[in-house]
Design a protein around this ligand. Sequence first.
Ligand code: SF4
Ligand code: SF4
Length: 374
Amino acid sequence: MSGLDEFEDELETCFGTSCGLCERGCPVYQTLYTRTLSMKGRNRTMLGLLKGKFDITPSVIEAAFECTLCGNCDRWCALKNTDHTMALREHLLKHGVEPMKEHSSLLASLKNYGNPWFQPRSARSKWMRGLDIPRASPGKQEVLFFAGCTSAVMKPLVPSLVASAKLLKRAGVDFAVMAQDEPCCGSTLLRVGQTDEFEKLEKDNFDKFKALGIKKIVTSCPGCYTTLRRSAERLGEDIEVVHITQEVADLIRSGDLKVQRSSEKMTYHDPCHLGRLGGIFDEPRDIMKAVSEFVEMGNNCYESRCCGAGAGLQSAFPKLSRELATRRIEEAKGTGATTLVTCCPFCETQLRTVPGINVTDLMELLLEASSNGG
Ligand code: SF4
Ligand code: SF4
């Protein structure tokens, strides 16, 4: 992990360039038009802190946290801007700034319950009741289906996990789950700047996966996907991490999963962690085309707009967060689609808060379209 000083050259480059290209697709800037909240402004703030020209003030703290870490600014710039923002959050916490009060409660829950939602560990295995899925045990399986904290404990999201597990079973994939022993991937810690805590957690997690003999992790949540994949790379672990959309798109291609296409017009929202930050654009679209009459929104793939739920924005800045969701829903409605499909528990929950279009999960949709027994 990096401190602010590691990025000093990049911050100087931004200051010298000041091109402002990062402002084009920034959902926060394009909603509030506040320069200190764009990446250009935030980079200047960081440079000022490094050079001792600024003190840590409430507006510096706001600039650090009023960002969804959606990565759109990285799309337009050679600098590692989202890493800068995460380093700024870490810098503030290391200089005695308490986490935002809304984030403190998430962190307290993680510490006490192993998930950010104040749910007992036993709640994590409720989703799999009646599904006859083996529990991971040392040396017994190579593939782990990683449910993730949010989908496992939030009732409206459970159908997505159930659909994923049924699809894997239908296609004959030999997999197991960790049930109540499944740890948090640590994404929340990382996004709010708790880097030291995160590094301890990622090491413990991979020790657990190795002890079980896991060779491949299939995640349901895009945030778990990018976090675990980067942890595996950073730690040099020989464990493949894939998202469920990659796994099932392969199963459709190989003929192990058979699907029927409907004539309903549907559009797809790229979760930031899966698309721009994870580089997975094709597989969800392959699935969409296999099951529906697929139409794109104007802002898609790298240009996709954040739903507004990310990086603690939803809890700390709910009004702005909802405005971002409203804009995305309007864009989806503009395609003429009757259904907006996504594959992230945060995007799904967030987009469902705005009426106007049916929002559904890609795995649930695929299960309905899948025809080979099970
Ligand atoms: S962050 Fe990048 S795109 Fe934005 S002003 Fe700086 S150099 Fe330009
Ligand atoms: S990560 Fe997204 S919200 Fe944050 S500054 Fe970049 S474009 Fe704006």
